[in-house]
Each structure stands twice: as C-alpha cells, then as structure tokens.
Ligand binder design. Structure first.
Ligand code: PMP
Length: 389
C-alpha cells in the first residue's frame, strides 16, 4: 500500500476533468483567434470557461485573465500593477509568509526601484491588522498577502485586509492558491482587486492559472505578443488546459462542502493522534484558523529530511515544507518567521490530505510515524528523553 499525503505539492487530475479535456487535443484543436468554424468553436468554449471560473469567485467573466499558472499570475499582478502605477507611489507591502514566488518578485521589484515592507507574523503565522495599517503610507500602492499559507495552513484575515486596503485606496492582491477548493472565495465580499488561482490545486491540469483583475484595474502585461487576453497575456490560449480548469471548478462547486468536511475530519483525527502518540511533537501553524487539509508538525531533535526518507521507505509521501523550495537546504522562511530556530524548523513535516485519500491513509501514517520518530531519536545525539519541551 502507498499513501500520498502531499496534496499541497501536486494533485492528481480528477478523471472527470481528464475526460472532458481529451477532445481538445485532436477533434477540437481550434485557435480562438482564427476566423473559421474551428476557431469560432474554440472562442466560444474559452468564453464559457471564463464564465464558469468567474462564478467560482463571484467575479465577472471579463475580469478573468488566463495564464500559465500561479507563478505567472503573481508576476502579472505584482510586476504588472507596480510598473503601470508607479506614478501613484513606489511602496508595496507583502507578508513574511508569502509563497517563494511573491518573495522573489518583491526582490525583483526592489532591484527596480520599488520599496517593499515585509509584514511580520505571530507564532501561528498570522499577520496583525494594526501592524499592517501602520505600514501603509501615502506611497503605498499595493498590498499582496496570500489567502492562506501553503506550508503551515494558517488562514489570514482576508476580508479585514480587503476592507482596510479599500478604505486606504490601496490595491489588494491575494494569492489564493493554497485556499482554493478549501475556503469559498468571493472577491466582492473580501474587497479583493487582484486574485491568483491555479488549476492543479483544484484537481485540474498543471500549467494553467488565472489572474482575477477587478474592473478598472490597470496593469502592464509581462508577456508581450499577439495580444490575446485583451493584450494582458499574449500567447495562444491553452484551450485543453482551460477546459480542464473549468471542469475542475464545476466539480469543486458541487462537492467542496462535503469534501472539506471529510478532509477536516481526517486532519483533526490525525493531529490529535500524532500529538498524543509522539512525545515532544508540536503543531506548526494556527490551531483552529488553518486549512482543512493541513497538518504540519515539528518533532524535537530530528531532521525532517531523515523522517521524510524513512516515511518514503514505509510507503508514505509527505513533505518537509514547501515543495517549491524543498531542494534547497535552507529552512523554510515561513517557519523561521513564526519564531522557530533553524534547528527547530528543520525538524518539521507537512502532511496535506486530498480528494483521493481514504481513512486508511490517515491510519497508516498514524501507525508508522511514531515508530520512525522513536528510531531516529535513538540515533540522534541531540535527543534526551528528559529534555524540557
Ligand atoms: N502560490 C502558492 C501559494 C503555491 O502553493 C504555489 C505552488 N503550488 C504557487 C504559487 C506556484 O504555482 P505554480 O508552480 O503552479 O506556478
């Protein structure tokens, strides 16, 4: 038996999604820009998908820009907005627990003359509204704060941030990739101006994403070419991928409520058992305001990498932190921001459940993990049973 509990890194495409994509590779191959039947059909499908995806976040179809994924959407949101609106100001606010793509885009903008404030977070990874307000200056043009952490699962007070940004006349971008499919999204309720979505995070294909752009927003494109997507994202549309994302949205709209309930039960049972069965283990992230599929632990005196490899041998696929940066030896910037020391951050493991997990997957990890931790600790010169917690 093999248990995949790393849904945050990648999700299998739902077979129902794959099914509707298939005709678009051969029979329905048209280019939406072409002036013939095949082209017209592709253009029609593209607009239907735009409508479906808009309804998922309570937006209008012409506020949806298709991209190649969340990284590109984040680039378009931050670089596109900052470069177009430079005359309004040069200051951007992000949080310390953003996805690596936001951090690296922020560094790029700094090199290009923008000023970036990185908002600290509390021990659970949550931002503080008073601190956010105090960082806003007349030069602030953009706040970019992720809906929830893709690592520790902590959910940010998005509505409050949106409200504050709207009052202050600052544009608000949120990368909602970690939250989509787990929290109902509503750009109007949350006063969001720019929102990043990805297809794979709702069981659609990889390499497809969306940037929601509220009417009236002005952005420069970051990909320039034939003028598709109203000139904001040139390049022939990935119709098969977009059809897949749209089907993934449709399924999610119908099934999300039940799915989230089931995942939260897995999560809660899993967290309770691990903390009870493994001494000197701690939960990273917020105890209640966390994503329904996320369990993130720190085990004292062991390395996350050794744990991961032992789990792998036992037929369990988990993660040490963010898949996007797990090939570096640096500890997760998110964990460090919550106040953990480097060695503490290194002893962390992330488990994320998803649509195709069964109770047995949860049971299996609960069964194998305590023995693995125990064995590794016996080998660890750092571990003493009487060590204070
Ligand atoms: N933002 C978040 C929160 C993510 O978790 C990821 C990775 N899944 C990305 C952005 C980047 O997504 P992609 O690699 O599909 O562009």
């Amino acid at each position: 038996m093999h248990s995949y509990v790393d849904y945050q890194s990648a999700k299998p495409v739902d077979p129902r999604v794959r099914e509707v994509m298939l005709p678009y590779f051969h029979e329905r191959f048209g280019n939406p820009s072409s002036l013939h039947g095949e082209g017209d059909e592709a253009a029609k499908v593209l607009e239907e998908c735009r409508r479906t995806i808009a309804s998922f976040i309570n937006a209008e179809p012409d506020e949806i820009i298709f991209t190649s994924g969340a990284t590109e959407s984040n680039n378009l949101a931050l670089i596109g907005y900052a470069s177009r609106n430079r005359e309004k100001g040069d200051h951007i606010i992000i949080s310390e627990v953003e996805h690596i793509s936001i951090h690296n885009i922020a560094k790029y903008l700094e090199k290009n003359g923008f000023k970036v404030s990185r908002l600290p977070v509390d021990q659970y990874g949550k931002i503080n509204m008073k601190k956010l307000e105090s960082r806003i200056t007349p030069q602030t043009i953009l706040i970019s704060i992720g809906y929830a952490s893709n690592e520790i699962g902590t959910i940010q007070p998005i509505s409050e941030i949106g409200q504050l940004a709207r009052e202050k006349g600052v544009t608000f971008h949120s990368d909602a990739v970690a939250a989509e499919g787990l929290i109902p999204l509503d750009v109007k309720r949350d006063h969001i101006d720019l929102l990043t979505l990805s297809s794979n995070d709702i069981y659609g294909p990889k390499g497809v994403g969306v940037l929601y752009m509220r009417k009236g927003m002005r952005l420069n494109p970051v990909i320039i070419g034939g003028g598709q997507e109203r000139g904001l994202r040139s390049g022939t549309e990935n119709i098969a991928g977009i059809v897949g994302m749209s089907k993934a949205v449709e399924i999610m709209q119908r099934e999300m409520k039940e799915e989230v309930k089931r995942l939260a039960q897995y999560r809660d049972r899993f967290i309770k058992n691990i903390l009870e069965r493994i001494p000197k283990s701690h939960l990273n992230g917020h105890p209640t305001e966390r994503l329904a599929n996320n369990a993130h632990f720190r085990f004292e005196a062991i390395e996350g990498e050794s744990l991961l490899l032992s789990l792998r041998d036992a037929g369990v696929s988990a993660a040490t932190g963010s898949a996007c940066s797990s090939k570096t030896l640096e500890p997760s910037h998110t964990l460090i921001s919550t106040g953990l020391l480097h060695e503490e951050a290194h002893g962390s493991l992330e488990f994320t459940f998803g649509r195709f997990n069964k109770e047995e997957d949860v049971d299996r990890v609960i069964e194998v993990l305590p023995a693995i931790v125990d064995r590794l600790r016996k080998l660890s010169p750092l571990y003493k049973e009487e060590m204070p917690t």
